[in-house]
Design a protein around this ligand. Structure first.
Ligand code: PGA
Length: 257
């Protein structure tokens, strides 16, 4: 599979106030203007409150913005929700969907995630669809079954290799500093690609599969060097410009090979 450009997506979750976040963006901007990214692409997914201000800082950098969720409807009586059209309006190109925190904290089912993804595709957003097993499911030997079920139930008919990126995020690795072995990541990523090619007609071509869960500047090289890994979805290590920049530098080197 072609590795370039490696996708490095920063999921800021519910972190970031205006002044500090603009500072992070300014630092990233000056790094990138000095040393443009050639083999990797940076997608930042900040809280929706920051999108407009960060959007002003990205021209000329190649940085893309993404939302962290969207509602399945285009508009309407959905207090507190944000639609895919609203993300597009804020010049987003991406949206993270089905993150395990939303599945756990907001009861999101794979079917709902599929509806959200279909709505995002109508707005020409690329969906970063998250799947992954819990620690208990892995211990019980069910990791592949869970991932396969989530994958097949979460991907709508509108998905294809251009508008869909899968993020494999084992729930037990998120925010824990526990990372699967390289062999485990490789096995699951290959399984995801094979399952998609076998079961979903529209995925004859390889789809990018990101790894997420305690990825940082120390383990990025090993993870990104694995053949089946098309990039990273990063939480904590994306909050600081310097750690994110270090990871991007690693992606630039790995992506060149
Ligand atoms: P983490 O989060 O890098 O802080 O583990 C990853 C994620 O939840 O996307």
């Amino acid at each position: 599979m072609s590795k370039t450009p490696l996708l490095i997506a920063g999921n800021w979750k519910m972190n970031g106030l205006l002044v500090e976040s603009i500072q992070v963006m300014k630092s990233l901007r000056s790094h990138i203007l000095r040393k443009p990214l050639r083999n990797s692409r940076l997608v930042l997914c900040p809280p929706a409150t920051l999108l407009r201000d960060l959007a002003e800082k990205i021209p000329g950098t190649g940085i893309r913005l993404g939302g962290q969720d969207c509602h399945q409807a285009k508009s309407g009586a959905h207090t507190g929700d944000i639609s895919a059209a609203m993300l597009r309006d804020m010049i987003c190109d991406y949206v993270i969907l089905g993150h395990s925190e939303r599945r756990a904290n907001h009861g999101e089912t794979s079917q709902l995630v599929a509806e959200k993804a279909a709505s995002a595709h109508k707005e020409k957003l690329t969906t970063i669809i998250c799947i992954g097993e819990t620690g208990a499911e892995r211990e019980q030997g069910k990791a592949k079954d869970v991932v396969k079920d989530q994958l097949l139930a979460t991907i709508p008919k509108s998905s294809n290799h251009k508008n869909t990126v899968i993020a494999y995020e084992p729930v037990w690795a998120i925010g824990t500093n526990k990372v699967p072995s390289e062999a485990e990541i490789k096995e699951m990523h290959q399984f995801i690609v094979q399952t998609m090619q076998k079961e979903l007609k529209q995925f004859e071509k390889d789809v990018a599969v990101l790894y997420g869960g305690s990825a940082n500047e120390k383990n990025a090289n090993k993870i990104l060097s694995l053949d089946a890994v098309g990039g990273l979805l990063i939480g904590r290590a994306s909050l600081e410009a310097e750690s994110l920049w270090e990871i991007l530098q690693i992606a630039e080197t790995v992506g060149k090979k």
